[in-house]
Design a protein around this ligand. Structure first.
Ligand code: PGA
Length: 253
C-alpha cells in the first residue's frame, strides 16, 4: 500500500514570520489527519527551515528542502549541503525541479549526483521529471520522461530506490492553472512505473511513490488522486494558502 504524499513546494515565497504563522495554523488543522491516509510535507525556502521545524517537530507534518548542493562542505559560496539540511531536521529534498533545470541549467548528471548524495546523507529525494509543452506536442513525452528517470536514477541501487519519490510535473502545467487531466497524468505515471519495473523489478515498482505536480487545486485533486498510479501531489501555488492546502491534503474526505 502506497501512502500518498502531499508536499507543498513554497518556492521563493513566504518570509520567516509568514512561514511561522502559516505552519502554526497548519499544525492545528492537520492534527487529526491519519498518517495511513496521507503523508504531509512542507518545503519552505532554506532561510525558514529552522523556524518551521521548531513549529512542526513531533507533528504529522514533515520538513522538506527545495534543493541541495551535492557536497558535504567546501568553498561553494551560496550553496547548502545535505549535512546542513540534516542538522535542521529536513526529511525530504526536492531535486531536479523544472525551474532548476530551466533557470539554473541543471542537467540529468548533476541531478543524479544530488540524488545520490541526498541518499547518502539520509535525506529522502523527491525527483522531479516532466516534459515541456513543445515536447508533448511533438509526441516526445515518454522519451523526455525516460531520459529524466534513467538519468536521475542512474546507479541508484535496489535497496535505495524505495526512499525516492518521483514527481511527474509536466512543465506546461506548472503555475499555469492548466493541469494535466487525470487520464493524461495516469498514462505517464503508469509509464514511469513500468520504467522502474524494467530498471529494478515489479515489487519495487509497486512500492515507489509517484506524485503528480502542476496546478493541483482543491477542484482537481480528488480526480487526480483517484487514479491507480498517482500517489500524491507536489503542490506549488495552492500550497501557499491555508484554505486550498487544507482541501488538497484532506482530499480523501
Ligand atoms: P504549481 O507548482 O502547483 O503552482 O503548478 C507545482 C510545482 O512547481 O511543484
Amino acid at each position: 500500500m502506497r501512502v500518498p504524499l502531499i508536499a507543498g513546494n513554497w518556492k521563493m515565497y513566504k518570509d520567516v514570520n509568514e512561514s511561522v504563522e502559516f505552519v502554526t495554523t497548519l499544525k492545528n488543522i492537520f492534527k487529526d489527519v491519519p498518517e495511513d491516509k496521507v503523508e504531509i510535507a512542507v518545503c519552505p525556502p532554506f532561510t525558514n527551515l529552522k523556524v518551521v521545524n521548531d513549529v512542526i517537530k513531533g507533528t504529522n507534518i514533515k520538513l522538506g528542502a527545495q534543493n541541495l548542493y551535492p557536497k558535504q562542505e567546501g568553498a561553494f559560496t551560496g550553496e547548502i549541503s545535505p549535512l546542513m539540511l540534516r542538522a535542521l531536521g529536513v526529511h525530504y529534498v526536492i531535486i531536479g525541479h523544472s525551474e532548476r533545470r530551466q533557470y539554473f541549467n541543471e542537467t540529468n548528471e548533476f541531478i543524479n549526483e544530488k540524488v545520490k548524495v541526498a541518499l547518502n546523507y539520509g535525506l529522502f529525494p523527491i525527483l522531479c521529471v516532466g516534459e515541456k509543452l513543445k515536447e508533448r506536442e511533438e509526441g516526445k513525452t515518454f522519451d523526455v520522461v525516460k531520459d529524466h528517470i534513467t538519468g536521475g536514477l542512474k546507479d541508484i541501487p535496489k535497496d535505495k530506490i524505495i526512499y525516492i519519490t518521483i514527481a511527474y510535473e509536466p512543465v506546461w502545467a506548472i503555475g499555469t492553472g492548466k493541469n494535466a487531466t487525470p487520464e493524461q497524468a495516469e498514462e505517464v505515471h503508469k509509464y514511469i512505473r513500468s520504467l522502474i519495473k524494467d530498471m529494478y523489478d515489479e515489487n519495487i515498482a509497486q512500492k515507489v511513490r509517484i506524485q503528480y505536480g502542476g496546478s493541483v487545486k482543491p477542484e482537481n485533486v480528488k480526480s487526480l488522486m483517484s487514479m491507480e498510479n498517482i500517489d500524491g501531489a507536489l503542490v506549488g501555488g495552492a500550497s501557499l494558502k491555508v484554505d486550498s492546502f487544507e482541501k488538497i491534503v484532506k482530499f480523501y474526505e
